[in-house]
Design a protein around this ligand. Sequence first.
Ligand SMILES: [Zn+2]
Length: 181
Amino acid sequence: MADIAEQEPQQDRTSQDLARQIRDHANITLSTSHVSGVNDSATARKNIVDTAEGRRAQRSNYGNAPGGAVDLDVDMLTGMLGLAGTYRFRVSEIAGGSHSANSRHYAGVAFDVDQINGRQVNSNNPDYQTFMQIGRTLGATEVLGPGNVGHDTHVHLAWPRRDLSEKDDSKPTCEGGQPIT
Ligand SMILES: [Zn+2]
């Protein structure tokens, strides 16, 4: 068995293959808890491990989160791997966590990043703006971060929904991005 090269182009890009690469990637840390403190099977780490092992990613079941499970999107996972070619970062949420009601997180096409190159994401982080720009070039169409309401502590990257009949929240917010009420 050959080692998986970190950025080798993949002929067969399935969610499972991509999730295996993400799980094992030296530049990607996957959070094992939620900002809320709720303990469940929908953390970023669990979402990727489940997908790597051929299972669907779990959604959380508290706050606005709808519960159930979802397939993680190939384009979103490819974008995450692409960013890891340039940055070290921590993924704080993928399909889990409680976000605004119609968040793309629940559709398996979004992820949040709360640390880039070992530093917390905030308006003083030297890398977040180029990180967001590269996310756009990798196909993200909903890109929010410090300076956007509710995104002072993380970058939110979301790819287009596969089910275009689903509506976006006009002011998407993510877990940890707003005071808990
Ligand atoms: Zn988000």
